[in-house]
Design a protein around this ligand. Sequence first.
Ligand SMILES: *[C@@H]1O[C@H](CO)[C@@H](O)[C@H](O)[C@H]1NC(C)=O
Ligand SMILES: *[C@@H]1O[C@H](CO)[C@@H](O)[C@H](O)[C@H]1NC(C)=O
Ligand SMILES: *[C@@H]1O[C@H](CO)[C@@H](O)[C@H](O)[C@H]1NC(C)=O
Ligand SMILES: *[C@@H]1O[C@H](CO)[C@@H](O)[C@H](O)[C@H]1NC(C)=O
Ligand SMILES: *[C@@H]1O[C@H](CO)[C@@H](O)[C@H](O)[C@H]1NC(C)=O
Length: 337
Amino acid sequence: MSVMRRIIIVIFLAAGVTYVILLCNLWRTNNYWLPSTDSDRNTDQLIACTLKPSVSAIRKLGIFSPFLCTSNFLQVSEQHGNHKFELPYGIRKAERFFQMALSRLSYCGLFAEDNGSPSCKKCVVVGNGGVLRNKSLGETIDSYDVIIRMNNGPVVGYEGDVGRRTTFRLFYPESVFSDPVHYDPNTTAVLVVFKTHDLKWLKDLLSGQRLIRTYAFWKKPAMQLIYKPHQIRILDPVITRKTAHDLLHLPTKFSRHEKPKHPTTGLIAIAFAFQICSEVHLAGFKYNLEDRNSSLHYYGNDTMFQMTQNEYHDIAAEQRFLKELLDHKTIINLTEE
Ligand SMILES: *[C@@H]1O[C@H](CO)[C@@H](O)[C@H](O)[C@H]1NC(C)=O
Ligand SMILES: *[C@@H]1O[C@H](CO)[C@@H](O)[C@H](O)[C@H]1NC(C)=O
Ligand SMILES: *[C@@H]1O[C@H](CO)[C@@H](O)[C@H](O)[C@H]1NC(C)=O
Ligand SMILES: *[C@@H]1O[C@H](CO)[C@@H](O)[C@H](O)[C@H]1NC(C)=O
Ligand SMILES: *[C@@H]1O[C@H](CO)[C@@H](O)[C@H](O)[C@H]1NC(C)=O
């Protein structure tokens, strides 16, 4: 009798385990960008918004706030798997630096506190590509709810082609404006952390310390911040990681002699947009790799030649991914004639 009972228990347990495994697999294939964990005001409203099926397919992150908060970043990082990866894909070995930088920031919310209801946002991600020159897209770009720009792509002097408004600007120390002429009080500046020195840099500038050592940077970083502490956020590295691994399928391991390839800020900005917007349009994302003399950006004199020399990005993979999104009409190309 007791043997029979034991067998039945074992069968039940086995069935239970199988069920859980099946469920996990289903969950993973549908939702490999993490299930929902946060429940702050902004993200609740994002859930209420109906997404185009193609957007929800790409929004595999689940719903969570894209910025780290000083109060719970260790906990959130563990939920997001950030504790297992080093920068730029996680916080491993840099926890202390994240803590130092985050403790200097006054907000970690998505939209400014006074900005009514951040529900269904129509967003445009404005790349810095030379394709924006003389297209007079400024007014169209300004008509979106949310305008996401990156690095030091200027607005001042280029309003007719790229618009005036900037809701979010993704940056890193080597790419952020240092000239106050570019200051915009309505911008939230989002630090994409690539190395521990980026966090130290932010902490030092916010606490009014002078930067002494700048050797750890790719090129000279900004020596002053034009943004106020309440305008600054730190991007959750899970977004950079998912951009590299899940969207671009960049290799996760590199041999000793290879330079690791990371996504461009432009692609990270697109992944960020999918995280917070119900509709995503693009402008200025063309790289004309064939014509090395064509202008790289809508400003300045750099040519495509500079980009082909870049060893840190996989431009071909990024172009393939963008083409896929455009072909499936997940995103719309504003620069299209
Ligand atoms: C853009 O327009 C200006 C003024 O009309 C012109 O001088 C310039 O060559 C044009 N640039 C391009 C890339 O077409
Ligand atoms: C910032 O927002 C205010 C209020 O909406 C607006 O009046 C102002 O023109 C904006 N400034 C810039 C630089 O966009
Ligand atoms: C690019 O510019 C260089 C130097 O100005 C010139 O020699 C070359 O012919 C140009 N190539 C093309 C494809 O226009
Ligand atoms: C770009 O080239 C033009 C003409 O050669 C020059 O006047 C201008 O200062 C250059 N701009 C920058 C940002 O170097
Ligand atoms: C957007 O459209 C323009 C104009 O047709 C094209 O040159 C560009 O490559 C397109 N952008 C992307 C990312 O495909």
